[in-house]
Design a protein. Sequence first.
Length: 525
Amino acid sequence: MNAWWREAVLYQVYPRSFADSDGDGIGDLPGVIARLGHIHELGADAVWLSPFYPSPLADHGYDISDYEAVDPVYGTLADFDELVRQAHGLGMRVLIDLVMNHTSAEHPWFADSRASRTSPRRDWYIWADPRERGGVPNNWLSAFETCGPAWTLDERTGQCYLHSFTPGQPDLNWRNPEVRAAMQKVWRFWLDRGVDGFRVDVAHRLLKDARLRDNPAELAHARRHVSHPGLRMRNLDLPETQEVLRELRRTLDSYGGPGGERVALGEVPISDDRRLAAYFGGDGLHTAFHVAFWEQPWRAAAFRETVDGLAVLTRPGALPTYALATHDISRAATRFGAGPRLRVAATMALTLRGVPCVYYGDEIGMADVPPRAGRALDVDGRDGTRAPLRWDAGSSGFTTGQPWLPLGPAEVNVAAQREDPGSLLSLYRRLIALRRASPALRAGDYRSVEAGPDVFAYVRSAPGERMLVALNFSARLVSFTPRALPADGRAELSTGRRLTGTRVSLAPLTLAPDEGLVVRLEEPS
Ligand code: GLC
Ligand code: MG
């Protein structure tokens, strides 16, 4: 039997913005519990929760001040346990965010570390002397433009600490065995509470050059991974990182029995697939987001190239995770435009070979909601993609209070789309149901098909079943004749008006403008 996650559809909940149960304008865990039915009806197999731990919000929860608690704004540990219990009761798994590259600057470990040069936990973080005349220790940059260098001078001890993100997120020193042991305890804390796995935050950053050498001059401008022939960055993507990921994997494996495998989904923001491919499908991370996938412009050839490219680079049997957006990435409706393209994009994300992950609100076509002028909250301009979900048109259903970020337009809401068979939400449900029912789509092989510049087409095949997926990225009628396929098939699903079950000629195949189509190919008898 395939491990559950290999055939799963994931759903990302950003807890602050999903559903607010107590009227403070901030989504919370009881809110998620109350809305689990929506995720279940959609057909998702697992929920990934972005951080809900105590946090001073330098980076909206990705700065954690206590790894073994729930921030009171989101509820209690009892609420978390109840969420896991109810999700499991519905047959869904729960993944949580594991942020272990850095803690919050307000974590007691860091308080201890910064207290003096001889603190017991001094070496839990990465400290270095400033260069002469107050300069930073080396040329590494924070991932965020607004944060400048990756170092901040701590006056008290006259040394700088490393922070790959905001100064409120000091990087842990993973070369220190005590740090590893402390984090291992965190993994176990949540695994013992029944979580089915982790989404591993910036998994490629855990280790840094032990001598803190400068990045090569050609890469000195890089805030995130940049490839350069013959050169490697020294503050991320180090080979030793795999040791930590393997240790995590061994721990996960020690919990998971048959059917109960605990999974590590990597967030590895590397756009170069040659490097990304090294991170998953081996004895470390099970899977990782295909980062280049959400960076493509709306062009069939661009998506085909990136999907095919990663497929040839990955280890045998490895599966990437495909998302159209996350809490860091502008929404599909904003990048591609609301309308028929969203239907084509959904068809693609839910029929590729990999693990689809739906970002909350994408199933109703939410677009980014820019913050009001002067009211931006995020350090890196990501408020837009994190707008609260509108459950209904009237009072929004998100909160009875003042939402922490502005809501999007009232028309884009769950209730309006629920009963409408032509809605995007209904299409998502149909796609997920089709995937679940089809061995070829759920677990089959993948091979792209030559289909001209406007169409991304591929065949998914499993023993006894073959499906052709053809996605028209243009607003024109397009015809092409896929090679080495039967002369016809039956429509399983179209994003346009074509009816399910109707015969589809493949010689040639004509797609309506902006049509995404799944065709069942008759097996030669
Ligand atoms: C990951 C998170 C992002 C966060 C960063 C630092 O990229 O997805 O939201 O800002 O890590 O933790
Ligand atoms: Mg609340």
